[in-house]
Design a protein around this ligand. Sequence first.
Ligand code: AMP
Length: 430
Amino acid sequence: MRVLVVGSGAREHALAWGLARSPSVREVACAPGNPGTAALGPRHAVRADDVAGLADLAARERPDLVVIGPEAPLVAGLADRLRERGIAAFGPGAAAARLEGSKAFAKTLMARAGVPTAPFRVAAGVDEALAAARELGLPVVLKADGLAAGKGVRICHDLEEARVFAWETLVEGRFGAAGRRLVVEAFLAGEEVSVFAVTDGERAFPLLPARDYKRLGTGDAGPNTGGMGAYAPAPIAPEQLREILALAVHPVLDTLRREGTPYSGLLYCGVMRTAAGPQVLEYNCRFGDPETQVVVPLLDGDLGALLLGAARGRLGPPPAWRPQACVGVVLAAAGYPDAPRGGDPVEGLAEAAAVPGVQIFHAGTTAAPGGVASAGGRVLTVTAVAGDREAAREAAYRALARVRLAGGQWREDIGAATAPAASGGESSWR
Ligand code: AMP
């Protein structure tokens, strides 16, 4: 089949790379893709948030499958526009993508579906938000309802902090339309785990568990980022995985199906393991970045067939995994995350890719004379597959050492045994 991948990050490069290796796939095109995906197949100059442009492109090109990487086009209804034209799409329609697009929707759906989650209120005014905070007790968590690029959540330790965040969100419009309402919810203490499942709306196959690192600096120092690295498999016991699927994935899929808005694609479920059992923090409606970059290289099978099965509502056999480990380290630009600098040459990529087991997935790169230059915050992810995590880590860092980018930033502890056990909880968050 011919597949179109929507998006331009390292996640989409990894998906395109996995698709290109699939026996079922003849051609992988990307819109808009990046210089890394250009080596795999055609690039179409349509942005990932241009839903009408992407629907027209698909209508012209007639791919057998469109794989939608980022959340914005999913929430904006790209999968619906494609299905209306008879084109198979991997990813939920707008109604089901509200699971990520609206935290208030996700919380009320969880309540209807009987999914364990923190007690909450939805507030549209500052006084209402504060009354909810008083009722729920401190610390309290305030979340902008809509898509806020990972910046819309604040753990508040006193009511003044809550008042300021509620004011900035609801009155000053700090997150625009995404902040017209707030979800106010009780704080949960525990260890965070994430589970990804590929689903056709009814069945769901968990992917290999991965762990990501959100803080910029080694040892979880510095500001929060889009993600500075990941490794797989993360040590989650199979029975834990089954418990989360039974408690948090299937009830939501069943409820959405019953309500006439079935969910298909990738369902990401963020869970806090508390003393009272697992509690769901959030759902995402797409693959994680940088987790995808370390999960796809470990897939032992046909990624195209897996995603097409989900898109068509008929999952085939569950995916199999290589008995190996993968570590991925993000190379970020100078100034990331606040003010990433672009235009610096990125050199040494061929030497880096020559390290056995290494794949480099591009994100913020652009074609430049003689190679590529930086053009975004997270520039690329260097991944390595090896027999175990330590060997994969060693190979990934050996390859990264061959890449030259002025002012480039990376963490030294991705996949290290000494790294903190979880990205969750209060201490490692903001
Ligand atoms: P979310 O986007 O809802 O997952 O929130 C982002 C991060 O905030 C999560 O990954 C957690 O680390 C933290 N968080 C969210 N909700 C809570 C909660 N109720 N209790 C404690 N931490 C939370």
